[in-house]
Design a protein around this ligand. Structure first.
Ligand code: HEM
Length: 408
C-alpha cells in the first residue's frame, strides 16, 4: 500500500510485525491524520482510523457500496452474487435483510442456548482428556461448524470438512481484490463455485424435505408475497458461511488469547462470570475479528473536512477506532469492566454500525460466552503453551491459525 499525500506514516499491512500486532501503526495513522489517502493497488482510497469518522461513515446514508449503481472503484468481489446483501445498498439490501432477519429472530437465537451448551460440553469432554489442547481446532472451529454448518445451514456432518475448506478460501478472499495475490483469487473462485453448487443441491433438498435448520426457515419466509428465489437463497448461504464462521472462530481465539495475556482480567472473569457480556464487548473492541470494511460515497459528501465525490472509496478501520483514546480512556489496556455498569464505554464498532450491523451478533455472543465461560470453568490451570503465535494470512479477518494451551 502506498500513501499518496502527506505521507504521515509508513503502513505496510503485510509486514510480519504488522500482522502480529497492527495496533501501533493504526495508532500512528490515527494520530497523524483524520483521513489518510493511499493507493490500494491502483485504486486511490482514503483510510479512516478515528472513531468519530468511522462511526459517521458507517451510519450515513451518503455511504454504501455502489456496486448496483456501477460506481464502486473496488474490483468486484462477488459483490453482485444474488442474495449476498452485505455489499448491497438500500432498497435491495433492505429487502434481503428484512427477509433474513425474520429467520434470525432473538427468540430463535435464545432457543439455541441448550444446543450450544451441549456442543461445548461434548467438545471439552473430548479435548480435556489431554493436558494440551488447541482452542482453535478443538473448540472454536468445531463449534462454528456445528452451529453455522449444522444448525444454520443444515449441512450434514460428513460434509463439514468441505465446508471448512471452502470457508477458509472464501474468507481469505474477502480482502479487497487489490490486495490479494493471484493464487488467493483463484482459490476463492474455485471454493465459491464448489460451495454454490453444493448449496444449490441443499436448497432443493430442503424444499422437498424441510429440516430443523435456518435454511428451512428461510425457505418459508415470505413477506407481502415476497419470497427468496433459489439463486438468492444460495447467495445467502454463501454469505452466512463466510460472515458467520471465520468471525465467530476468531472472537473465541482472540478473546481467550487476550485473557491469557492479562491474567488479572482472567482471574476477575473467573470470579465474576456475570462480567462475560462486558468482557465480550471488550474483546470486540481490543482485538477485532473483522478489522476493517470498505464503503463508497453514494453522493458528493464531506467527512473530517474532506470533500468526497460520488464513487470515491474509503476504508473504515474499526480495529483502529476501537483504540481511539478520544473515546476510550487508556485504549491499549484490556479491561473487561469497560462496558459494564451504569456508565459503559461507548458502543464499539466490532459488529459495525448502521444498516449493515451484524445480523449474527446475538448468535456470535451466545457461542463465545458459553465456549469461553466453560473453558475457564473446566480448565483451572489454563495457560499459553508456547510463545509463537501465527495469524491467518488475511487482513480483514484477524485470527490465529492455532492457540495451543495447557488446560491444567
Ligand atoms: C464475532 C463474530 C462476528 C463478527 C465480529 C461479525 C462482524 C460483522 C461486521 C463487522 C459486519 C458488517 C460489515 C460491514 O459493515 O461492512 C457484519 C455483517 C454481517 N454479519 Fe457478522 N460478525 C460475526 C458473526 C456473525 C454470525 C455468527 C453471522 C451469521 C450466522 C453473521 C452474519 C452477518 C451478516 C449476514 C452480515 C451482513 C449484514 C448486512 O449487510 O446487513 N455474523 N458482521
Amino acid at each position: 500500500m502506498t500513501i499518496i499525500d502527506e505521507q504521515p506514516v509508513r503502513f505496510d499491512a503485510f509486514e510480519p510485525a504488522q500482522r502480529a500486532n497492527p495496533y501501533p501503526s493504526f495508532g500512528r495513522v490515527r494520530e497523524a491524520t483524520a483521513a489518510c489517502p493511499l493507493l490500494l493497488g491502483d485504486v486511490p482510497v482514503t483510510v479512516f482510523t478515528r472513531y468519530e469518522e468511522c462511526a459517521q461513515i458507517l451510519t450515513s446514508p451518503h455511504w454504501g457500496h455502489g456496486y448496483q449503481a456501477g460506481i464502486s472503484p473496488f474490483r468486484d468481489q462477488g459483490a453482485l452474487i444474488p442474495g449476498s446483501f452485505v455489499r448491497m445498498d438500500p432498497p435491495d439490501h433492505t429487502r434481503f435483510r428484512g427477509l433474513v432477519t425474520k429467520a434470525f429472530s432473538p427468540r430463535t437465537v435464545a432457543s439455541l442456548f441448550a444446543l450450544v451448551d451441549r456442543v461445548v460440553t461434548d467438545l471439552l469432554d473430548a479435548a480435556l482428556v489431554r493436558e494440551r489442547i488447541d482452542v482453535i481446532a478443538d473448540l472454536a472451529v468445531p463449534l462454528a461448524l456445528r452451529m453455522i454448518g449444522g444448525r444454520v445451514l443444515g449441512v450434514p456432518e460428513q460434509d463439514w470438512p468441505l465446508l471448512r475448506q471452502w470457508e477458509l478460501a472464501i474468507a481469505r478472499g474477502t480482502d479487497p481484490d487489490e490486495l490479494l495475490p493471484a493464487d488467493a483469487i483463484v482459490e476463492r473462485g474455485t471454493a465459491a463455485r464448489a460451495a454454490a453448487g453444493y448449496f444449490h443441491g441443499l436448497v432443493a433438498q430442503r424444499r422437498a424435505e424441510p429440516a430443523e435448520d435456518l435454511l428451512s426457515d428461510l425457505l418459508m419466509v415470505e413477506e407481502q408475497g415476497d419470497r427468496l428465489t433459489e439463486p438468492e437463497l444460495v447467495g445467502i448461504c454463501m454469505l452466512l458461511l463466510v460472515a458467520g464462521m471465520e468471525t465467530s472462530i476468531n472472537l473465541i481465539g482472540n478473546g481467550v488469547l487476550a485473557l491469557l495475556q492479562h491474567p488479572e482480567q482472567l482471574a476477575l472473569l473467573r470470579s465474576r462470570p456475570e462480567l462475560m457480556p462486558a468482557a465480550l464487548d471488550e474483546m470486540l473492541r481490543y482485538d477485532l475479528p473483522t478489522q476493517f470494511t470498505i464503503r463508497v460515497a453514494l453522493t458528493d459528501t464531506t467527512v473530517a473536512g474532506r470533500r468526497f465525490r460520488r464513487g470515491d472509496g474509503v476504508v473504515v478501520v474499526m480495529a483502529a477506532a476501537g483504540r481511539d483514546g478520544a473515546v476510550y480512556p487508556e485504549p491499549d489496556r484490556f479491561d473487561i469492566t469497560r462496558f459494564h455498569g451504569p456508565h459503559p464505554a461507548r458502543r464499539h464498532l466490532g459488529f459495525s454500525l448502521g444498516v449493515h450491523y451484524c445480523i449474527g451478533a446475538p448468535l456470535a455472543r451466545l457461542e463465545a460466552a458459553i465456549a469461553i465461560g466453560s473453558l475457564l470453568e473446566r480448565a483451572p490451570g489454563l495457560a499459553l503453551a508456547g510463545s509463537e503465535l501465527t495469524y491467518l494470512p488475511s487482513l480483514i479477518h484477524r485470527g490465529l491459525v492455532a492457540l495451543p494451551v495447557t488446560a491444567g
